[in-house]
Design a protein around this ligand. Structure first.
Ligand SMILES: [Zn+2]
Ligand SMILES: [Zn+2]
Ligand SMILES: [Zn+2]
Ligand SMILES: [Zn+2]
Length: 331
């Protein structure tokens, strides 16, 4: 365990912890919006940002942040157009980003080995300045993901309704895109740009196996992400005397192992839920339970009431829900 007394290892552990918390936090919203691969797309675009940083001799972190944000906003705008050729436009952006990055990196006289640190991660070479940037950016992502949870959940859940309820849907969509871009850049030293999407998606998929509500999924995904990041780094460090195990792939494979391990538990939970209530949950996505409620909604409670099928929903904290038996449901 001597290894953990080295400063570089302590830096790597801090970076892994913060990355492991931030990536699933924003990933939860991407998964909920069925945009699980957005992180992958931003990762490809960010390669060009890293290459520009290497070419100009500036910090690749900041050029990657800038290009990743531009790419994420472009992806969001293409998505918003909803055009049938949208996926082709995205593909062009992704391949352009990756190819452009490798090409620019070569122009600058950098070997692909230098770029590879960013493609697959090189957490143990992370410098003190990079750690500080990682911590601050990751903290911003986590604070937004938790603090704006009601609004972001409402928009990810039902965009049309959120618009009717007066939420600034476009601004929040762009915020999610920017936060995803920041997360990709934060994670690039840890798991690398080509594997970053795994850390944004796999812990969320694992958490969804075990949890029914949005809040517990978000919390469990962050715990799983942090455990996989710190665990993968530890495994790669412990094996470093006998074999070369890159931390990035170790982290991703460990989180995949977590998903595989929880799959039978999730299947059993789903089976049990079906036995208890065979016909209730036709569409689980429209029946997300909320926490116990602070007050009883009614005609005079001051919240906007919306007729919805055989019941009335209330708009509250930017989302819409209805009393249903002894609890409230998200609708
Ligand atoms: Zn009310
Ligand atoms: Zn309803
Ligand atoms: Zn309410
Ligand atoms: Zn219910």
């Amino acid at each position: 365990m001597d290894l953990f007394s080295y400063a570089f290892m302590q830096r790597a552990l801090i970076a892994a912890l913060f990355t492991g918390l931030a990536a699933p936090a924003i990933g939860t919203y991407l998964v909920q919006r069925r945009m699980a691969l957005m992180g992958d797309g931003i990762g490809h675009v960010a390669v060009t940002g890293v290459a520009l940083g290497l070419l100009t001799g500036t910090s690749p972190t900041w050029t990657a942040v800038a290009v990743a944000i531009l790419g994420a906003v472009a992806i969001e705008l293409v998505r918003e157009l909803g055009h049938t050729n949208g996926d082709v436009a995205l593909a062009l952006l992704f391949y352009g980003g990756l190819a452009g990055g490798v090409l620019i990196s070569g122009l600058g006289g950098n070997s692909t080995a230098r770029l590879q640190e960013y493609l697959f991660g090189a957490i143990t070479t992370i410098a003190v300045a990079d750690i500080l940037v990682t911590m601050v950016l990751a903290a911003v992502v986590v604070l937004c993901a938790i603090g704006l949870a009601p609004q972001l959940f409402a928009i990810a859940h039902d965009q049309e309704f959120a618009r009717v309820a007066g939420l600034r849907v476009r601004a929040y969509n762009l915020l999610v895109a920017v936060l995803a871009a920041v997360t990709v850049t934060v994670a690039m030293r840890t798991v690398g740009l080509l594997l970053v999407a795994a850390l944004m998606v796999v812990p969320v998929a694992t958490a969804q196996q075990l949890s029914r509500t949005f809040r517990t999924t978000l919390a469990a995904a962050m715990v799983l992400g942090a455990a996989a990041s710190v665990g993968g780094l530890t495994v790669s460090a412990l094996l470093s005397s006998t074999a070369t195990v890159a931390p990035g792939p170790a982290i991703v494979l460990l989180s995949l192992a977590g998903f595989v391990a929880t799959w039978p538990v999730g299947a059993w939970l789903r089976h049990r839920a079906r036995l208890r209530a065979p016909f209730v949950e036709l569409d689980p996505a429209t029946h997300e339970e909320t926490d116990p409620h602070p007050h009883d909604h009614g005609p005079a409670c001051g919240h906007v009431a919306v007729e919805h099928g055989d019941h009335v929903d209330y708009v509250h904290d930017g989302h819409r829900h209805a009393a249903h038996g002894r609890h409230y449901d998200e609708h």
